[in-house]
Design a protein around this ligand. Sequence first.
Ligand code: ARG
Ligand code: ZN
Length: 885
Amino acid sequence: ITIRREDYQPYPFLIPTIELEFELSAERTQVRSRLVVERRKDVLISSDLILNGEDLTLVSLELNGVVLSQTQYTLTEATLTVHNVPDRAELVIVGTCQPAQNTSLSGLYVSGKHLFTQCEPQGFRRITWFADRPDVMSIYRVTLRASRSEFPLLLSNGNLLQQRELEAGRHEAQWHDPFAKPSYLFAVVAGDFVCREHHTRTASGREVLLQVYSDVGTEDQTEWAMESLERALRWDETRFGLELDLDRFMIVAARDFNMGAMENKGLNIFNAAYVLANPNTATDGNFQAIESVIGHEYFHNWTGNRVTCRDWFELSLKEGLTVFRDQEFTADMMAAGLPATEAASARAVQRIDDVMGLRLSQYPEDRGPMAHPIRPESYQEISNFYTATVYSKGAEVIRMMHTLLGEQAFRAGMDEYFRRHDGQAVTCDDFINAMQWALQQTAPQKNLDVFRHWYRQAGTPRVSVQLQHDPVAKRCTVTLTQDCPAVGVEKASPIVKQPFHIPVTLGLLDDTGKSLSPQVTLELKEASQTWVFDNISTRPTPSLLRNFSAPVLIDYAYQDQELALLSAHDDNAFTRWEAGQEIASRKMIALAQAWRQHAKFEELDPLLAKSWSASLLAKDLDAGYRARLLSIPPSHAVIERMAHMDPLAVLEVRTRIREQLGTTHAATLLNTYQANLTPGQYSPSPGPAGKRALKNLALTYLMASKHPEAANLTQTQFRHATNMTDRMAAFTALIHDGSSELNAPAATQFYEDWQHDQLVVDKWFSTLASSPRTGVNELTGLMAHPAFTMRNPNRVRAVVFAFCMSNTRGFHAQDGQGYHFWSDQVLALDAINPEIAARLARVGDQWARFIPEVSQRLHAQLERIATHPTLSRNTLEIVSKALSL
Ligand code: ARG
Ligand code: ZN
């Protein structure tokens, strides 16, 4: 069944308060729920009260103190309907659930020896019957009871009211959350943890307690998380004037978790991978990801919790906005304390990484069977819509408003949004209205009418650029034309797509790379528009879409030497990087086509060789930025641009290019390696992290080219590394590019050294699973390893997802075994954890765009999945959309 946005109906009752009493145990937990329900006078539907409930056993039901007989209510697999409810009533429901049997990790579940909840989007109904939708907001009072020895800590949202001992070794804790919230923000944690605490004050001087809970034995891995949390607190105060509103803020690390983390009010629950880190166990990338996810969840306290979503179609209201906020947080942290030029390049590095992520995950989504607007119009299973589109493209849409309004007006719009909607469940329109109000304070003639189309239309718009120059009139005209054909579900609908409002930030350079006119942001709002630039005496090279000012594709017939000019001289760090990537991508596509036709690798293109070596020699540039300039575009990004995607051909040319560059520039690469060592104490900050990125990139080129010194250098680094970033870089190079004498001992050694640390074991698994040496047979061997389990999502991601998504050679092996392996795993996972299975099923999304031999085989496997007799709604939606293309 399909749920449609236009079918929204308000819930006919208010539920101002809910009191929950838990008798917690892994096998059988009893929940007693006391609801106060009030009929809404303004909404008249039936008199029945319909509550959601799944996988629950009903024990008893009372309405206003009277036990209900079976004629007074109706219980189904998914709902509990209470008939003839008076205008104001008290309902007491007692039921049970079975956390130890819950492998979906939605609702109340067991992880290790602990109990955790995950309620977003629809997990609360797996704990007790309730109006499990975000527009029903209640004040929660929660009593938790459990065995003290099994569950010494009992946590829920808000403030701890009291704790006491009970008989028979049991104890109790009572929590009260003073803020009304939807059920998806409810949380319970029970278990035995170590806790890092920090007392601090908010900007207005209120004392608050910050806590990070994690497994016993990990107390030396939570310092960075706590520091990140405090930085997030300070940043939201200074940049947005938003303070923590509770006396206590808790983060708990869970080993088994479907996603990254969850912003439950005052009690954030995190995938342990985004909490635990120290220099010995975590890489620079891990440190940065932790800071960013901690920021993200913390920022949800305002954008998501204080102002929440009316229904799940509005998910991007909180997610797009909060991703934008976490990206800005990371950029500000990266730039903090640096001199202006270094700060700009640190920001550019962050922007490059965010844009790469968008292009690798969202662009393909936007042209595949799951394409949807950032505010979807329909869905079958909402868990399938926690997508790159809702999150990353959603953040780009917010960023465009920030670009159009400017920092000051954007901030005024945010203030106005909270002034209007604090405590409410609202829509994306409400957000845009607040922003439009702020825009019109200084520019009354402007509006966001056309801009709103970003919320209604899917697909990545293509902007073609035409540039004309008249040397006599010294006039340059730039014409932008946009186009966005119907994608995904749009194809079946008769709606004509409207133009988007697209900010295109542009510079014009002369042939020495100097700016010919000040940078401008053109606002394209119609199908086609033209702008005129005067006093331009020579034909300029346009620097287009600076800072990636809009999530679009740019079509401009750049000459090779224009790209070379931009890649050497553009003073916008983003477009400078982009020009180098464009050169490499164009050449890679041409080489891949040639490879496919006559299995021959043509000489490395001189333009690519030249621009690459210029970046290698540009020692005045920041190391982290230089590492981005010197990275050959990932195969996936290149494949994505081909009319008929040929993964093995692209992999082949990418390997050859890296080999050749490594061979030709060995001496400089060795110098670069030596010049970027980071001796002394480890710090994850952008300076040293950038140096490590550059140094380790140099090492991979040397390894790829089989340079005689490379193996030694890599082995030495592997053995003597003083941090996990360097150790992992060397380990990956040995496994992926080393000879067979090198890689087996490295694999054994690494496992022996780190088998006690689950997150490092995940790194071990994923390095092996993504190695070009690993085919289905080797992978099956890996899955027989005693440390492998299908029950732990992080492990499944490290092995199964890493193989299917990051091991081009293994997954696309010509015998087709990789595809068969994939469908096996989708089906196996579907019986355990539908949300994870559906995510893996999306590997098949792009089947129709591959070269025919790949396409046919993927299609056959999709059909195999689709015709499986029992399939979750999650996976069914993904494969049926893929097949209905
Ligand atoms: N709101 C969480 C976050 O972005 C994600 C939770 C998603 N949950 C899920 N079951 N898909 O921060
Ligand atoms: Zn989020």
